[in-house]
Design a protein. Sequence first.
Length: 103
Amino acid sequence: MSHEWNESVWKLVSFIPQGKVATYGQLAAMLGFPKRARHVGYALKHSPHDMVLPWQRVVNGKGLISFPYQSEQFLMQKAMLEAEGVIVSELGKIQLKTHGWRP
DNA sequence: CTGGTGACGTCTT
DNA sequence: GAAGACGCCACCA
């Protein structure tokens, strides 16, 4: 069910360690649905506003922040990641080699 | 039912 | 590496 899907996504994201990042596709695959990378983003967008999630630790497969360059959300995610020690280039690129989450 | 829309990914130039 | 074309799939007007 879609409701179950959202909850499993939120739960998994909450496990990403501080200072590490995961990709949408990686998380979807971990939940057993490698073709639903887009829906991980959907689940995050629709998470309760009062719920605290480390959503900033999720980027796309290229290691880029998936919000429009310099949009409010882009800048917020970049700032939050840098605040926890993740190196983010000016264009919003993360070095998955060093910050990638590997369970 | 039909078409448009994404916080995405893979393959081909 | 970069830029496009496709593929995917839940959701919604």
